[in-house]
Design a protein around this ligand. Structure first.
Ligand SMILES: NC(=O)c1ccc[n+]([C@@H]2O[C@H](COP(=O)([O-])OP(=O)(O)OC[C@H]3O[C@@H](n4cnc5c(N)ncnc54)[C@H](OP(=O)(O)O)[C@@H]3O)[C@@H](O)[C@H]2O)c1
Length: 289
């Protein structure tokens, strides 16, 4: 068996094409029926980003350019909350994405909790996180959702597999754990979550059929920490010359893996668009989950 690189960019293009098609396809045709006279019902699904941190602006700005509310880095928490409240009440936007991280003087929890859960397309509001945990997700956080799609669309169904997740953040680690352990198609994995207090990380990672690394520090997982045939998803966005496992290391270990860039990032954006489509659908047909 030779090593394969999982091409996040082409899978993301596939998802984006599906989202684009459905805008004009059967599902959305229903929105345009004469009984929906309200102009709002004829609008295209739209997302708006709230961005108050130079780094966050740079990260997503290259790959896509949604409408943004750009706040100065020294914006007050009250001003940030006012922007989110305005978007909550603005029927032109079906989805709101608060770009993280926010500046240190703004509480991310407070801002995220102020988003209308029906427009919370990154699924980070506690209400949506609770639904995910209960196995009734409405908006699955975009990065974990992208990871799941990458696994499924490359024939790596996590069902019955041991998935080891390094990292327990609210935006990656916890939601991917909740997502993949559910009793449903595309999940049914046994999930172990590791963090800085995990005693022997290498012992854990070597047991993985699927290893998801979301630790925020480069080259932390080395070739000797994985077993033959493991599928490695590297979520980290680190400004270094090589992803955590170099291609050579991957080849030696004969494992499918993910290049950085061109991996999870494009999938995150694709899933945000998918969630925005769902949010728009839900705003018109709230009875549909
Ligand atoms: N491509 C994308 O779209 C995308 C999206 C989101 C995030 N990311 C990237 O993914 C990475 C992680 O993001 P995040 O927001 O989840 O990060 P985070 O909030 O900084 O969390 C990092 C997690 O890694 C754990 N960790 C750190 N060092 C460790 C070590 N030596 N051993 C074991 N666990 C360790 C931490 O454990 P403790 O909890 O014990 O501190 C923490 O749970 C970052 O590089 C980020 O830029 C990419």
């Amino acid at each position: 068996m030779t090593a394969t690189l999982i091409d996040g960019t082409s899978i993301a293009a596939e998802v984006r094409a599906e989202v684009g098609r459905s805008r004009h396809g059967d599902a959305l045709q229903a929105w345009h029926r004469p009984r929906t006279r309200c102009r709002a019902h004829r609008r295209r699904p739209r997302i708006r980003c709230v961005c108050a941190h130079e780094g966050a602006r740079r990260n997503r700005g290259r790959a896509w350019s949604p409408r943004q509310s750009l706040l100065p880095a020294d914006t007050s928490q009250d001003d940030a909350l006012a922007v989110v409240r305005r978007l909550n009440n603005d029927a032109r936007y079906h989805g709101i994405l608060v770009q993280l991280p926010l500046p240190d003087h703004i509480s991310e929890d407070t801002v995220i909790q102020s988003i209308n859960p029906n427009k919370d397309v990154d699924g980070l509001h506690p209400f949506n996180m609770g639904l995910l945990m209960a196995g009734r997700p409405r908006f699955i956080p975009a990065t974990p959702s992208g990871i799941q799609q990458m696994l499924l669309r490359t024939g790596n169904d996590p069902s019955g597999k041991h998935v080891v997740v390094c990292g327990r953040s609210n935006i990656v680690g916890k939601p991917i754990m909740n997502l993949l352990m559910q009793r449903r198609d595309g999940a049914n994995a046994t999930v172990t979550v590791c963090h800085t207090r995990t005693r022997d990380l290498a012992e854990m990672t070597r047991q993985a059929d699927i290893l998801i690394a979301a630790v925020g520090s480069p080259q932390m997982i080395t070739a000797d920490m994985v077993s033959e045939g493991v599928v490695v998803i590297d979520v980290g966005v680190n400004r270094v010359d090589a992803p955590m496992l170099t291609s050579t290391q991957c080849r030696r270990r004969q494992q499918p893996s993910l290049p950085v860039p061109g991996g999870v990032g494009p999938m995150t954006i694709a899933m945000l668009l998918q969630n925005t489509l769902n949010a728009a659908r839900h705003s018109i047909h709230p009875e549909l989950q």
